[in-house]
Each structure stands twice: as structure tokens, then as C-alpha cells.
Design a protein around this ligand. Sequence first.
Ligand SMILES: [Zn+2]
Length: 172
Amino acid sequence: MNIDDINLAMKCAFKSSFNSEDPSTKVGAAIIKDNKILSVGYNRPPHNWEGEFIWNKDVSKGIENTKYPYVIHAEMDAIMNYKGKLGDLKDACMCVTLCPCENCAKLISTSGIKTVVYYSDRDAVEIRCAKRLLKNCGIKCISMGDIAACNYSFVREAVVETIEDKRLKLAK
Ligand SMILES: [Zn+2]
């Protein structure tokens, strides 16, 4: 996996995250293999969810009244959005704007993806479990900040391109 591929996939992950309707946390993911983006995803309600989605994070009225049991994570969305053969994901790389949780890590390990690169990290039990799971499954899990030659230009490029895409859409 070369730095150009990772920069491209991370830019796509950021662009994808801007689609999320979650008012508090917008996460994007992109899968890349052989210089080609295979799929992108963002955190979202399940497909065919009827009515307004519950974006609430306050667990005081029970976890069932929060987004947590229902929301599709960006990594799950990216894997499910891939329309080719699942075997194609073997040895692919996933770039994600936030370190995966343990459930996404299970899905990633099953998919055949070999490398995960994340932008933001979080100190939480589900993240520690995810990192352990990925490591035990032989999947490299790397922080973008630990990659030499990472200049973070993908963040600015993602913002600029998204603004440009919106402008073009409005002009139509
Ligand atoms: Zn997750």
C-alpha cells in the first residue's frame, strides 16, 4: 500500500463523511485496492428505515432510545456498498476517519481487508478491543499520524472538492 493510495482513500473517506446526517459524529470510510476506490461509506440509518432516525446520544432513557443500536457505521456501510464479489476485498485497504469499533473490526476481518488506516483515535473499550481483534487477525491497523510523508492535505482537498461538487450541483 503506497502513500498516494492512502491519501486518495482518506480524502474519499472524508468526502463521504460529509454525507452523514448525524449531528454529532460524521464518519467516512473508503476501501482501496490497486489504485482503485472500490467502495465508500458513512455512518447512516439502515436502508429503508422509515420515519425520522433517532440521532439521540443520551442513554439516560435507555440505550434503545439512542442511535447506538440502530446506526450503520461507515465501515459496515462501505463493505455493504461494494457491489462486486466479496472476494475482491481480499488484501484491500480501508481508510476511515475514526478508528473502528469492535463490531466493524469483526466485519473487516471477515471481509479479507488486510490494512486499516484511521485518522482520529479514541480511548474507549470498544476501540481497544477492535485494535486487539485486528492485530490477532493479522490486519495492520495504522494511525494516519504515524505514516511518514502524511501531510494531511487530503482533509483540505476533501473540503474543497465537496464545496466544488455542491456548487456544480447548484449550477445545474
Ligand atoms: Zn463500528
